[in-house]
Design a protein around this ligand. Structure first.
Ligand SMILES: [Zn+2]
Length: 148
C-alpha cells in the first residue's frame, strides 16, 4: 500500500519575521556586523535574517524569534531608515531618482546599475540585506514612473 511521505516541518521554508510574518532574507555575519553594534550582532544566532518589509520595525531576526529593530541598526536603506539612501552602496537617494524622472535620460539610476555589476560593488557589507540594491532601485524608479 502506498504511504504518503511524512510531511516535514516547515524547516525548508525561509523563516518568518516575528513581527510582520514576511519571509526573511538570510544574511551573513559580515553583513550583520556592518550594520549592528557588536552586542546586538551577538544577540542573534546564526543564521540571521533581514526583514525587507518597509513598514516593519524589525531589521534582523533569527530562528529563535529574537530580533533587532531598525532603530538599533545603522546604514539601512530607505524607507527602513526614512533618512537613508535608496542604494547604500553608491549613496543613491530617492531624491536622485525623482530628479532622474524629471529628465529625459535616467543618468543617476543608470550609473548605479552599471556600477553594481562591477567586482568592487560592496553590497555584502554596505547593503543591510547583503544584496545589490539594483532591483530595489529599479522597482522604485518604475513605481514612480507609473505614478507619472
Ligand atoms: Zn518584519
Amino acid at each position: 500500500m502506498y504511504k504518503a511521505p511524512l510531511k516535514e516541518p516547515d524547516s525548508s521554508l525561509p523563516p518568518r519575521c516575528p513581527r510582520c510574518g514576511a519571509d526573511g532574507l538570510p544574511v551573513g555575519p559580515e553583513t550583520l556586523r556592518a550594520h549592528l553594534a557588536p552586542e546586538a550582532a551577538e544577540s542573534l544566532g546564526e543564521p540571521a535574517y533581514w526583514c525587507a518589509t518597509d513598514a516593519c520595525p524589525v531589521a534582523y531576526f533569527d530562528l529563535f524569534e529574537r530580533s533587532v529593530d531598525a532603530d538599533a541598526a545603522h546604514g539601512l536603506y530607505w524607507p527602513k531608515d526614512p533618512a537613508g539612501p535608496l542604494c547604500c552602496c553608491h549613496g543613491l537617494t530617492v531624491d536622485d531618482v525623482d530628479a532622474d524622472l524629471a529628465e529625459p535620460v535616467p543618468s543617476r539610476v543608470r550609473a548605479v546599475v552599471q556600477k553594481a555589476g562591477q567586482p568592487d560593488a560592496a553590497c555584502t557589507t554596505k547593503s543591510p540585506d547583503g544584496r545589490p540594491c539594483v532591483a530595489r532601485v529599479q522597482r522604485y524608479y518604475m513605481r514612480q514612473k507609473q505614478k507619472g
